[in-house]
Write a protein that binds this ligand. Structure first.
Ligand code: IPM
Ligand code: MN
Length: 372
């Protein structure tokens, strides 16, 4: 008998969110059977669906349930229905509020080009072959959250302001996560900022340098964000771990997704402080709700399924189970199974749920070799 039940709150969201989350849950059930675990999966409505049902994107009850959970699985939120720029409530507020209220300051976004997908990238195969980078995006500060943030009327027309603000503590804890990860990987950390223009970046650079000094075994360098964007497309294999602020991290990770062949391949983990009961984390694909393909079974569930591997590893400490999920994804791709985003011309693409079935079946095969 499993010695404990892990509580996981499931937030499917809007658009393709429910479709990919269904496959994430299917994979968790396969892991549960194979490793004799017990998962309590509790679904809640967030985003546009919650605006329609309750008038708010995130209900206090839902937030409270997330706080009590071991981990949270999120699909995606948003869609044209809720896109009015003057609307008082927006689906995206659910995600931002969850990040902020759960204290999830470190957003891990691994980008790996799997051998089977080398030719799917819009970049040349020799550029992306072997890419294995890890972004640490600061997630609860910077331009996303600082005040003032508003639009107002002036005699000469409307004016708008966003504010970028960082404290030393906010920078320090994000950079420390980057250092720790680098230490367990290829021991190279690049801190990315715009210190030639922004005051927050000059503080970022100073603090990063001080924190990195605690990790003499880690090679540490700085790079300006614009130059980093260029270097990522030129020689992505030069990077190991990249730590950067909230806005730069948002841009650079979407850019980097193309290295992996599809936006549908990139998982993420949003983590807070490690406590005695573990690390609460929110796990979601980095792609959005893709309303244009919603409900058609076209979405690639791998980003969500790979996010389940991160959930197992970072919040539940189930390293072997995490590895089984990753190996199952790789094995499925090596067999040639593809969804529509990665299928070569002429090959029948699997639907979202067919792909989920293949991966879940692979996990169930006990002979699946974990040591790869
Ligand atoms: C992401 C998304 C979010 C962000 C949106 C949905 C608020 O683009 O997770 O990268 O900008 O952080
Ligand atoms: Mn984004």
């Amino acid at each position: 008998m499993p010695d404990r039940t892990y509580k996981i709150v499931v937030l499917p969201g809007d658009g393709i969110g429910p479709e990919v989350v269904a496959e994430g849950m299917k994979v968790l059930r396969a892991v549960e059977r194979r490793f004799e675990l017990s998962f309590d999966l509790r679904e809640e409505i967030v985003g546009g669906g919650a605006i329609d049902a309750y008038g708010v994107p995130l209900r206090p009850e839902t937030l409270a349930a997330c706080k009590r959970a071991d981990a949270v699985l999120l699909g995606a939120v948003g869609g044209p229905k809720w896109d009015d720029p003057n609307a008082p409530v927006r689906p995206e507020q659910a995600v931002l509020e969850l990040r902020k209220r759960l204290g999830l300051f470190a957003n891990l976004r691994p980008v790996r080009t799997l051998p089977a997908l080398v030719d799917n990238s819009t970049f040349r195969a020799e550029v992306v072959d072997g890419v294995d980078l890890m972004f640490v995006r600061e997630l609860t500060g910077g331009t996303y959250f600082a005040k003032p943030k508003k639009v107002w009327e002036t005699p000469r027309g409307r004016r708008a302001v966003d504010t970028t603000a960082y404290t030393e503590q906010e920078i320090e804890r994000a950079v420390r996560v980057g250092c720790e990860l680098a230490r367990r990987r290829r021991k190279h950390l690049t801190s990315v900022d715009k210190a030639n223009v922004m005051a927050t970046s000059r503080l970022w650079r100073q603090v990063a340098e001080r924190v990195a000094a605690d990790y003499p075994d880690v090679r540490f360098d700085h790079m300006l964000a614009d130059a980093c964007a260029m270097h990522i497309t030129r020689r992505p294999t030069d990077f190991d771990v990249i730590v950067t602020d909230n806005l730069f991290g948002d841009l650079l990770t979407d850019l980097s997704s193309m290295l992996a062949g599809s936006l549908g391949m990139l998982p993420s983990a949003s983590l807070g402080t490690v406590t005695s009961t573990g690390t609460l984390g929110l796990y979601e694909p980095i792609h959005g709700s893709a309303p244009d393909i919603a409900g058609k079974g076209l979405a690639n569930p791998m980003a969500t399924i790979l996010s389940m591997a991160l959930l197992l590893r970072h919040s539940l400490g189930l390293v072997e189970a995490a590895r089984a999920v990753e190996v199952a994804v790789e094995t499925t791709l090596d067999r040639g199974d593809r969804t529509s985003d990665t299928a070569p011309p002429g090959q029948r693409a699997l639907s979202t749920s067919e792909m989920g079935d293949r991966i879940a079946d692979t996990i169930s095969q006990r002979e699946l070799a974990l040591a790869r």
